[in-house]
Design a protein around this ligand. Sequence first.
Ligand SMILES: [Zn+2]
Ligand SMILES: [Zn+2]
Length: 154
Amino acid sequence: MRFRLLLVLMAIDKTRLNQVVQSAGKSLTKQRCVIIETLAANKLPMSAYELRDQIKKITEQNLNISTVYRVLDFWTGLGLIHKIESANRFMVCSDEHHHQFHVIQYCTRCENVTESCELASQVKMEMSHEFRALEIQVIEIQGTCLDCQANTGT
Ligand SMILES: [Zn+2]
Ligand SMILES: [Zn+2]
């Protein structure tokens, strides 16, 4: 039961991917798929190099690092992958509603990252109407997660 739940959490919704990609007038290539799926299966955010190495290990595909960056750019542009600027790492968006704003809480100790849909809607609501924000905005909040807070001093 637990195992099944884990699989569901890790699986990426292909139908949704297809919808987003097609509405942007693009197509879902094999490389685009393998990169977002590998990233989604990883618990922690990954750097482009880690992603490349992981793909090589699992699929034996040898992707050029510039290809990995190009595909990551593609997905960040669509808002389905976020870049954690401070750490130069990437994560799959966990917001299913396709908001303009994405708020991520990044633990600087264990690198665990959570995305808050609720915070994102609040930012949107509180934003000045005189300011027009760009299409996709990622707001990064750095701090310490609950687990790491509990482990302080041990
Ligand atoms: Zn997001
Ligand atoms: Zn932590």
